[in-house]
Ligand binder design. Structure first.
Ligand code: GAL
Length: 332
């Protein structure tokens, strides 16, 4: 029970007897970081508005704990699961357990492979990579590129690299871009990114690359720490993802060039609406994509990500209320 906690969303004036009829959604977080806490809070707000209950779990990066939590949520009577899988492969066990109990599963922002997954709601993750690489090649069309990918057990990290490749491959073929290192970073962890860049700088006698294509803001912090620790003589162009507060501060201060902003409210609101439809066994028509997960074409709802640098900070994250202007600009 250590990692399991319960958040009950209910209107204070409702009688307890009525609340038992409410739709109950299980929201399974892979870990509590800035990104997933934001998603969680928007989901809870939307659930409150629509008068449904949400039970939240945190797997603390453990794929096996996340599987155990599935049964615990089912025992607590959830009608539907919103799953952010720690691992795209072992996540199939979550879907199997849920289906054995007639509970539908919506993969929330992370795809789950080789199973009878019901729905997938996310962003266009190939486009996330495309936007990063387009930005980098616009400003640095020639030079040494270090590819700092996410966790490879997360399909988003793989899709993102496809997006990078689509843009940089022609530059590599023409000899303009040289990829000096290409890696995935376990758990999307800042410390692991630090060690990867630190080791590269040591082995290359501090030959700082011109670009670090970083898949996530947390990895970018690790890269910046390693550059500082090695007294690097220049900052490469560093990308990122998630528009975390610290990343936006780094962008306006110049140590990170850009990040990818994902308007989470669109995703979270859509996910809650879809979850309620699943719980009520309503007829669902998702217009748009399906994505093949190795077993079936999964009906998918994909949102466009946005490229963010210092020029559009105010018109995007600030205008949307995603971050506060004073927090971004008063960080020195
Ligand atoms: C990915 C997600 C990214 C980032 C990363 C680390 O699945 O697409 O936006 O949050 O996880 O949490």
């Amino acid at each position: 029970m250590k990692y399991l906690y319960v958040i009950i969303v209910s209107l204070g004036f409702m009688l307890t007897s009525c609340s038992s009829n409410k739709v109950k959604i299980g929201l399974m977080l892979p870990v509590e970081n800035e990104r997933w806490i934001k998603d969680r809070d928007i989901i809870l707000a939307k659930a409150k508005l629509l008068d449904v209950e949400v039970i939240v779990t945190n797997a603390n990066l453990s794929a096996s704990l996340e599987i155990e939590q599935t049964q615990q949520l089912i025992d607590q009577g959830v009608d539907v699961l919103l799953v952010i899988a720690v691992n795209k492969n072992t996540g199939a066990a979550i879907v199997r357990i849920a289906h054995e109990n007639n509970v539908k599963v919506i993969a929330y922002d992370r795809f789950i492979q080789n199973c009878d997954l019901d729905y997938f709601v996310s962003f266009d993750n190939v486009k996330v990579g495309t936007l990063m690489a387009q930005y980098a090649t616009k400003y640095v069309p020639e030079g040494k590129y270090y590819l700092l990918g996410g966790d490879k057990s997360d399909q988003n990290a793989v899709w993102m690299k496809q997006g990078w490749a689509g843009i940089i491959d022609p530059y590599i073929k023409s000899g303009k871009i040289k990829v000096v290192y290409d890696t995935y970073i376990e758990d999307w962890a800042r410390d692991n990114a630090y060690h990867a860049i630190d080791q590269y700088l040591e082995l290359s006698s501090n030959d700082v690359p011109d670009v670090i294509l970083s898949a996530y803001d947390g990895l970018s912090y690790g890269a910046i720490d390693a550059l500082n620790a090695n007294n690097a003589l220049k900052y490469p162009l560093i990308t990122g993802q998630d528009a975390e507060l610290k990343a936006c501060q780094n962008i306006v201060n110049g140590t990170q060039a850009m990040t990818i902003y994902k308007p989470l409210k669109i995703l979270a609101d859509r996910a809650v609406e879809l979850a309620i439809q699943c719980a009520k066994n309503q007829d669902i028509k998702l217009t748009g994509n399906t994505l093949y997960n190795g077993q079936k074409d999964v009906p998918s709802f994909l949102i466009d990500p946005i490229s963010l640098d210092k020029t559009n900070m105010k018109s995007t994250v600030v205008a949307d209320g995603f971050l506060k202007e004073e927090d971004i600009y008063n960080s020195k």
